[in-house]
Write a protein that binds this ligand. Structure first.
Ligand code: SAM
Length: 445
């Protein structure tokens, strides 16, 4: 870090999201360069720390570079770290924790890096062998080693930027807020297009879309580690927060709807939307995705259906994936961004995506498959998904029959009745009867 020059900052992000964060930084007025996977470097003054933390939707953290040097062994690492101007950088009595990461480096033990870095910082501030008062602000120092190149930085964010403050509790299978925001931005959804998430869970996609649409800074309702640092004047935070609050605009936003089959999850989504300040521009409904419909001719479905790794079992998830084209064909003119942790979705449904992007959800390698209308190679234009009436009917018939089988199985087992009418013309267009006689079925068309 040079004395009076611009600050060097790094926005970190999940693999695959770098281009989105670069675009976001560009919109904030910063020209960023991808330094290595998941790390974007840019320059700015102290207000860049504040604005990046308040406004970046897809980044994980904002780091301020304190020094860069080369090190091939622990002695060089210690000397490099000790020469960083820690006294000028750290708040008084900072309680320093070191986070270490080494990739393709001879210095491979993160634990040793942590203890050497801590020793070097204390020696630099208190003199060799001294000790320092750490009763003040917690500060995380990151030591990132790539080959021989060491980058030392201070974490200006504190909690990861995905922690917007609107989730009261974590729930299995939830998307990280930063990833959900990235999905919406990668799809290039616009605020004047309806958005539907038929597997909304706790509503992350819809809420992030609503925050984006209303120009609500994602960091408005939380605090950041660097709020009391010497190089960032306190009133900068106040001014930038006020500016951000004045930019919220909820007018002219098309419907943003999330649906889920689980009532508790729908309740949680509503609560999260309320906490995020977007309850007036989102709607959450209890609905099986098989009932998906919309009065709008165009829009975006952006969703992450169950993929059987983290929520629900594999067979059920696969069945949902197989059925998706039939259900989504009810929305001609719509575009689809389907985020799944499976590689063979296109083979399964027999349809190639118009775009696909590899991304990581926690440690699970996932793909965002985009299907756009008017791209059917056999036609000049047309819906993203289309199926014949018979296929659609077959799906409804299959769903109805499965439901009745589940219902009658419980009932007949309890009562010991093994002869009954399983299906009685229950689906218009599939007017047949099915009777069960123990291990036999009698089907009459
Ligand atoms: C991977 S999770 C979605 C998580 C969500 N993106 C979030 O961030 O919380 C999949 C969701 O699909 C829902 N689901 C499963 N079967 C469904 C069905 N038949 N219709 C609608 N939703 C269903 C589950 O209840 C679960 O909330």
């Amino acid at each position: 870090m040079s004395g009076s020059g611009p600050l060097e900052l790094i926005a970190t992000a999940a693999f695959g999201i770098e281009a989105t964060v670069k675009w976001e930084l560009g919109r904030l007025g910063y020209r960023a360069k991808v330094e290595s996977p998941g790390r974007l470097v840019y320059e700015g003054d102290a207000s860049a720390i504040v604005r990046s933390n308040l406004w970046l939707r897809a980044a994980d953290r904002v780091l301020m570079v304190a020094g860069r040097f080369e090190a091939e062994d622990f002695d060089q690492l210690y000397e490099g770290l000790r020469s960083v101007p820690w006294k000028a950088l750290l708040p008084n009595e900072a309680a320093v924790t070191v986070r270490a990461r080494a990739v393709r480096s001879p210095i491979s033990s993160p634990r040793s890096v942590q203890s050497i870095a801590k020793r070097a910082i204390v020696d630099s501030i208190a003199g060799r062998g001294g000790s320092m008062d750490e009763s003040g602000e917690p500060v995380v120092v990151e030591v990132h080693i790539l080959g021989h190149q060491v980058t030392v930085s201070l974490d200006t964010s504190g909690d990861g930027l995905h922690k917007r403050g609107y989730r009261p509790r974590a729930q299995a299978g939830q998307l990280k807020e930063t990833l959900a925001a990235a999905l919406v931005m990668i799809c290039r959804w616009r605020r004047d297009e309806p958005l539907l998430d038929p597997f909304c869970g706790s509503g992350t996609v819809a809420i992030e879309a609503a925050m984006l649409a209303s120009n609500r800074a994602p960091g408005l309702n939380r605090s950041f580690a660097s709020e009391n640092w010497p190089m960032v004047e306190t009133n900068l935070w106040t001014t930038e927060r006020e500016k951000a609050a004045s930019k919220i605009d909820t007018s002219g936003i098309a419907p943003i709807v999330g649906c889920d089959i689980n009532p508790q999850t729908v309740g949680l989504a509503r609560q999260c939307a309320h906490n995020a300040g977007v309850e007036d521009i989102t709607e959450f409904q209890l609905r099986d995705y098989r009932q998906t419909q919309s009065a709008h001719n165009a829009g975006w479905v952006i969703t992450n259906p169950p993929y059987g790794i983290r929520v629900g079992d594999v067979d059920e998830a696969r069945q949902i994936h197989r059925d998706l084209p039939v259900i989504l064909s009810r929305l001609p003119g719509w575009s689809f961004g389907i985020f799944l942790g499976v590689d063979d979705f296109e083979q399964l449904i027999g349809r190639r995506a118009d775009h696909r992007r590899k991304l990581y959800n926690a440690r699970i390698r996932c793909t965002l498959y985009q299907f756009l209308p008017g791209r059917d190679p056999k036609k000049e234009s047309g819906p993203a998904f289309s199926v014949s009436i018979n296929e659609s009917l077959a799906e409804t018939f299959r769903a109805t029959l499965s439901k009745r089988i589940r219902h009658f199985r419980r009932w007949s087992d309890r009562r010991g009745i093994f002869a009954y009418r399983l299906y009685d013309r229950n689906t218009p267009g599939a007017e047949l009867t099915i009777d069960r006689y123990a291990d036999h079925l009698r089907i009459v068309d």
